[in-house]
Design a protein around this ligand. Structure first.
Ligand SMILES: Cc1cc2nc3c(=O)[nH]c(=O)nc-3n(C[C@H](O)[C@H](O)[C@H](O)COP(=O)(O)O)c2cc1C
Length: 204
């Protein structure tokens, strides 16, 4: 059986995916969700309460993780749902037609916790799931990780540093801090080493 390495997912890394589930009225649902690769056949997701995704997963115990980089699908899945013709049925679940790859995940543990983050305390479900079946539709599939984009953005600000002052400089300082936080959260060792070099140069 294929494992998560076959779609480029590395242990310990967080990827931005589209999770598709089935609503109680049998319509498909899609939402962008961060998926942590725990092992070759295991993932973890943190789901804030209130979304259709967590309701559907609690009820059905199965969901599909879609790997793709289509910007419109990301936007439509955040604002609502892509129209029904964007979905395709897979073993009683649904996936996104345009996905470069997708896999079926089966919940093996679900814990409700109260989590504190920068936005306050919220109810979250920590869902561990086993990877059941992986379908690769595009051999060039590459899971989406935000770290490299953060490093590139930070470098762009760094090359402009001497050109700005006052309010713009303050704004750039805030952005650099936020980019550094994100890269440290979602990046690999290499991404973290890279952003540290950029931040050191920024502080000089
Ligand atoms: C890139 C991205 C990643 C996201 N990751 C998560 C996540 O890991 N957990 C979560 O609960 N919501 C996450 N969200 C927010 C949900 O996608 C959003 O609340 C969505 O509207 C939920 O849709 P639903 O009600 O159809 O499930 C993320 C949003 C974006 C844009």
């Amino acid at each position: 059986m294929l494992d998560l390495q076959s779609v480029g997912m590395e242990k310990g890394m967080l990827y931005e995916t589209i999770i598709t589930t089935v609503n109680s009225d049998n319509t498909p649902n899609a939402a962008p969700i961060g998926v942590i690769c725990k092992d070759k056949h295991e993932i973890v997701v943190y789901l804030h309460h209130g979304s259709s995704t967590i309701k559907n997963i609690k009820k059905n115990h199965f969901f599909i993780v879609n790997l793709l980089k289509d910007p419109i699908i990301f936007v439509e899945s955040t604002l609502g749902n892509p129209s029904p013709e964007n979905f395709i049925e897979f073993q009683g679940n649904c996936s996104i037609k345009k996905a470069d790859a997708f896999f079926l995940a089966k919940v093996n543990d679900l814990k409700d916790v109260e989590k504190e983050d920068q936005f306050g305390i919220s109810k979250t479900s920590i869902v561990r799931a086993n990877v059941k079946e992986i379908i690769i539709k595009n051999d060039c599939v590459e899971p989406l990780n935000r770290a490299i984009y953060g490093v590139v953005e930070a470098l762009v600000y760094l090359t402009r540093k001497d050109m700005v002052s006052g309010e713009t400089e303050k704004l750039y300082n805030l952005r650099m801090k936020e980019i550094s936080r994100i890269v440290s959260k979602v990046g690999s060792k290499e991404h973290k080493a890279a952003i540290k070099k950029v931040m050191d140069a920024w502080g000089k």
